[in-house]
Write a protein that binds this ligand. Structure first.
Ligand code: PLZ
Length: 451
């Protein structure tokens, strides 16, 4: 039995082991209760009810052990119940659970901000503010940018995802399921094309050559540079399809923003905290954002989010202008300190790169044998395949769903994404072992063979 021992968490056997069909009888019974009690608007990728998780596996109510290629959407990168997260949280929860940082402060909040200021891109003087969710961090980044610049317009991209609150729905591109029927949306949000190599008219080379000019030209013509407070971009788009812009695009965009007094805001909520093989995806090309939003991987599964940025921008807001009852909750801060220590101690950026080095060649090989795979892309442990009708770029969401279902039935948790629902994405915990990773890839390969 191969117990994962590196980062702690429950010492669960690191193996796939199915004892019932998926979902099994115990999960199906819970699902009935769920249907009678929980709103229909919340859906599940896979309706198995979890009882324990750690390393690269999740255990369900029927005793099945499933391989986790999702990390709860890029959250449990340090693994579930990682040792340092559990010890710090346990200690904190026994001391005090809440004061509200706006009522009486505590050291943990300050320590998390110090760490964020240190590890985020750029050596300039920074400040941070803590919130509860990714969407809330994005909302606050926009508030801060508007206040600091005295401008109102916010530029976002096709395929962007920034959250489900009113402002962030306006910033999110995809209608179904995120926006449909939920308007009216916040104003002064402008959308421009994304540098999406696989779908750029003329292909990847044209995308690299043209994207920046097309996009900045549209901002000039349709918004006007002097009205723009901020350009908000995911360095690798997440929900929109794991879209990796061409080399140099982000740096070019950041330079253009600087020339026009526009703040460059990197939404690293999905890409951050070692996921792409660097601490932050911007680090890959040395891009330094003015503001960066983080969440997900920040606290090993506890709800926490942050805005970090240039001191003069962050401090432009008057005292009392930012806040929230729970933002930077002491237990979540303790978890973040445990998670950040784990990323560094276990060298999880290197682990993420190692995961990519195993996954990418296997997936490229699959793509040669299964022409439904139109594109293989991603970086580190943020990897995806885009599914199309063979020989075209026409999205095939139906085949994508079938592959995902086959993986689920065989005990591999994979997620889909993409504006057209035709992208299979892989976000394993960074502490997953290589054997489990390879086994997951074999299950995926079988699913393609069975299409
Ligand atoms: N910005 C880049 O990826 C969250 C959404 C899951 P919250 N992505 C997962 C769903 O269907 O609700 C996300 C993101 C990027 C912002 C967010 C929003 O983060 O913590 O979900 O609010």
């Amino acid at each position: 039995m191969n117990l994962h021992s590196t980062v702690g968490g429950p010492a669960l056997a690191q193996q796939r082991h199915l004892v019932t069909e998926i979902p099994g009888p115990a999960s199906r019974e819970l699902l009935q209760r769920r249907q009678a009690s929980v709103a229909r608007g919340l859906s599940h990728v896979l309706p198995v009810f979890v009882t324990a998780a750690g390393g690269g596996v999740l255990i369900d109510a029927d005793g099945n052990s499933l391989i986790d290629f999702g990390s709860g959407i890029a959250v449990t990168s340090v693994g579930n119940s990682a040792e340092l997260v559990v010890t710090r949280v346990t200690e904190q929860v026994a001391h005090f659970t809440h004061t509200c940082f706006m009522v009486v402060p505590y050291e943990g909040y300050v320590e998390v901000c110090e760490e964020l200021n240190r590890i985020t891109p750029g050596a300039h003087e920074k400040r941070s503010a803590l919130f509860n969710s990714g969407a809330e961090a994005v909302e606050n980044a926009v508030k801060i940018a508007r206040h600091a610049t005295g401008r109102q317009a916010v530029v976002v991209f096709d395929h962007a995802y920034h959250g489900r609150t009113n402002l962030t729905m306006a910033m999110t591109a995809k209608n179904m399921p995120y926006k449909d029927g939920f308007g009216p949306f916040a104003g002064e949000v402008y959308r421009v094309p994304m540098a999406y190599p696989f779908r750029w008219p003329g292909g990847p080379a044209a995308c690299a050559a043209e994207a920046l000019d097309v996009i900045t030209g549209q901002i000039h013509a349709q918004v006007g540079e002097s009205r723009v407070a901020a350009v908000v971009i995911e360095p690798i788009q997440g929900e929109g399809g794991f879209i990796v812009p061409p080399d140099g695009f982000l740096a070019g965009l950041a330079d253009w923003c600087r020339e026009h007094g526009i703040l460059f805001i990197a939404d690293e909520i999905q890409t951050g905290f070692c996921r792409t093989g660097d601490w932050f995806a911007c680090d890959h090309e040395g891009v330094v954002p003015d503001l960066i939003t983080t969440a997900k991987g920040i606290a090993g599964g506890l709800p926490l989010a942050a805005v970090t940025g240039r001191a003069e921008i962050m401090d432009a807001v008057h005292p009392g202008g930012l806040g929230g009852t729970y933002g930077g909750n002491p237990v979540a801060c303790a978890a973040a300190l445990g998670a950040i220590e784990t990323y560094a101690k276990e060298d999880l950026p290197a682990a993420a790169r190692g995961i990519g080095e195993i996954m990418l060649p296997r997936l490229r090989d699959m793509a040669r044998r299964h022409p439904v795979i139109g594109d293989v892309r991603g970086r580190g442990a943020m990897i995806a395949v885009e599914i199309v009708r063979p020989g075209t770029t026409e999205p095939d969401a139906e085949a994508t769903a079938r592959v995902a279902r086959a993986c689920h039935a065989n005990g591999l948790i994979v997620l889909t994404c993409g504006t057209y629902g035709n992208v299979l994405r892989f976000l394993p915990p960074l502490v997953i072992g290589p054997e489990l990773l390879r086994e997951g890839l074999s299950i995926l390969e079988d699913a393609f063979a069975g299409l």
